[in-house]
Design a protein around this ligand. Structure first.
Ligand code: KG4
Ligand code: ZN
Length: 337
């Protein structure tokens, strides 16, 4: 079953064609990075307007790349949450209208399920149950992904405050590094000639000792280091701070993922979402999984950040299982998985 998937939940306009086994036939992404860079973050109204312009172009390019005509499609899917309301509405309404006009079945897809599915794109199906960490600009969610024809999801931990990608973005801003913060921090940390120069941040701990994540404390700690240097007239070594921040966050993500693995006897670990593009995080989790004797599934970088291949694949899997959504399916900004 070949399905056209549409993704527009944040600042990427994407279209892709994939089947229910995760085989990707075409994938096109138009990024709005440059549009939002001067504001240091995504401006929702600008994002919606740009989606409206780019979506028909991107969808046409995906059809061209696949060398397919509309009558060869078996269905259409689109992200219906979570995400920015205006951005979601553009992709969702466009996809519903296209499906209605072509007489094709339609399926709304949860963006978070898409991120977890990304580990199976053009790859063998993941062995379940596995522990999946979705680490992005909006989420730090740890899932148990269980067996069954369609996967079952149990949310084991989430962030109490800032998402991990959000922390990368805010810390980069504090250090005067360009937007988006994740790649800037990674680059600065790599360039640090002195490692973390003895700077140590306290690993995040929740007062109730629960599994959840918390990154607002470390963000404040970085702010205090920056302000301290300013007050004492010292030049701040931003790359050393970036290296220390990145190391603390990676250690925290890896150790909490391992806790979840041990609690559930999972067979594999999966990592996805924009922050999964981070090289040192990919390496650290891969090594941790190896030590546990588990498979570690991490998609190539293009499928870690937002894309439509993951949405098309989930849509195809759910449509193939007989699921359908009506034309009244709403966009849900805080949709949960
Ligand atoms: O999944 P995504 O593209 O969009 C959301 O659904 O949020 O994730 C974007 C987030 C941003 O916060 C960005 O700074 C972060 O992923 N990111 C990274 C890296 N590349 C992107 N964080 C750390 N290291 C990276 N290399
Ligand atoms: Zn995402």
């Amino acid at each position: 079953m070949l399905v056209l998937g549409i993704e527009s939940s944040c600042d990427e306009t994407a279209a892709a064609i994939a089947d229910e086994h995760g085989h990707v036939v075409a994938s096109v992404i138009a990024s709005q990075l440059k549009l939002h860079a001067e504001y240091g973050g995504v401006v929702p109204e600008l994002a919606s307007r740009q989606h409206l312009q780019d979506l028909p172009v991107v969808a046409g390019q995906a059809m061209e790349q696949a060398q397919m005509s509309w009558d060869q499609l078996d269905g259409i899917a689109a992200t219906h949450g979570p995400g920015l309301m205006g951005s979601l509405l553009v992709g969702l309404c466009w996809a519903k209208a296209a499906a209605f006009a072509r007489g094709l079945p339609f399926k709304g897809v949860n963006h978070l399920e898409g991120h977890l599915k990304a580990v199976e794109l053009n790859s063998p199906a993941a062995e379940r149950p596995f522990i999946g960490l979705v680490a992005s600009g909006g989420h730090t969610n740890l899932y148990w992904v269980g067996p069954g024809k369609l996967p079952q999801y149990r949310l084991m931990a989430q962030t109490r405050d800032d998402a991990v990608g959000e922390a990368f973005d805010k810390v980069a801003k504090l250090l005067g590094l360009p937007y988006p913060g994740g790649p800037s921090i990674e680059k600065a940390a790599r360039q640090s000639t002195v490692g973390n120069q003895g700077i140590k941040f306290t690993p995040p701990r929740l007062k109730d000792g629960s599994m959840g994540f918390s990154y607002s404390g470390i963000k404040t700690a970085v702010r205090l280091v920056v302000e301290g240097a300013k007050k004492s007239g010292q030049t701040l070594d931003a790359s050393a701070v970036a290296a220390a921040f990145q190391k603390t966050v990676i250690d925290d993500l890896v150790s909490r993922t391992l806790l979840a693995v041990r609690e559930t006897n999972a067979l594999a670990i999966a990592l996805s979402g924009g922050v999964a593009a981070n090289g040192p995080l990919r390496d650290a989790l891969t090594q941790a999984a190896q030590r546990e004797g588990l498979a570690c599934l991490i998609p190539p970088r293009e499928w870690c950040t937002d894309n439509a291949a993951m949405i098309a694949a989930v849509g195809a899997q759910r449509l193939a299982a007989g699921e359908r959504d009506g034309w009244d399916l709403p966009a849900v900004p805080y949709l949960e998985l």
